[in-house]
Design a protein around this ligand. Structure first.
Ligand code: ADP
Ligand code: ADP
Length: 232
């Protein structure tokens, strides 16, 4: 089963002299229950591909699916619904709301959607993320690694079809980064979540099941069961 799919996706920004072809016919499948890393040099199209898959950016040509939803062609309210109901996001900058507690941040996407968490799943997420005694803290009272674990819990709590993580360890030291990556990997292994992570860090990528490499807007190779050495 495929959780997300890009089919011959092109993304062209600007026109004439200023035209940039960010994606040149990318076809890729992201299987349900798999952890995939997207790697490639700066400017190779990693963020553009992720944003197109997640319905944060539109494609110039081609098709994108998340689960059985065709993302290409959705209108704004359809895209909002897709992001709310089917997708979890994890960013380099954590993107937590500073005035809310950890627990309120974690539950925010559900509150906005007018939904309540599944109690058993909520407990599982809080326990795996190891934040039980930090739930009433505000982001500023937490370390960077703890803040990113709050962001991971927020992405997971609605059990999205797929989680997109954009350089999730980019602002963390290697120990905090490893904690976040282990947590993400466990949520894939133990709970069948699907994760697509953009990173340029070979150590981060080595936690994935598969790495796909972009160069100049094209998918050039892929690697299964990566190690930090084979990713380089
Ligand atoms: P990466 O994430 O691999 O660093 P990006 O997807 O951010 O690469 O960018 C791919 C190319 O598209 C780059 O040349 C970048 O400058 C260009 N690009 C990305 N977003 C835009 C935009 N909104 N407008 C114009 N050019 C863009
Ligand atoms: P980058 O990966 O290049 O550092 P970001 O991931 O922070 O950039 O954001 C890239 C684009 O995605 C921005 O144009 C931003 O408006 C949009 N974006 C980021 N997060 C969301 C979101 N949760 N909902 C809608 N748009 C978003």
């Amino acid at each position: 089963q495929v959780a997300a799919r890009a089919s011959d996706v092109w993304r062209v920004y600007g026109t004439g002299e200023a035209q940039v072809v960010a994606l040149r016919g990318v076809t890729a499948e992201f299987e349900r229950g798999a952890f995939t890393a997207i790697m490639g040099p700066s400017g190779s199209g990693k963020s553009t591909l992720m944003h197109c898959l997640a319905g944060l950016d539109t494609v110039t040509r081609g098709e994108v699916f998340v689960g059985d939803t065709k993302v290409t062609g959705l209108n704004d309210s359809g895209l909002t619904k897709l992001r709310r109901d089917k997708i979890g996001f994890i960013f380099q900058q954590f993107n937590l709301l500073p005035t809310l507690s950890a627990q309120e941040n974690i539950l925010l996407p559900l509150s906005i959607a007018g939904r309540k968490p599944d109690p058993a799943w909520y407990d599982t997420v809080i326990d795996t993320v190891g934040l039980r005694d930090r739930l009433s803290h505000r982001p500023a009272q937490l370390s960077g690694g703890q803040q990113q674990r709050v962001a991971c819990a927020r992405a997971l709590v609605a059990r999205p079809e797929v989680i997109f993580a954009d350089e999730p360890t980019g602002n963390l030291d290697s120990r905090a980064g490893a904690e976040v990556l282990n947590f993400l990997r466990n949520s894939v292994r133990e709970h069948g979540q699907t994760i697509v992570m953009v990173t340029h860090d070979p150590v981060a990528a080595s936690h994935a099941d598969r790495v796909v490499f972009l160069a100049d807007g094209q998918l050039v190779s892929e690697l299964f069961d990566p190690t930090p050495e084979t990713v380089l």
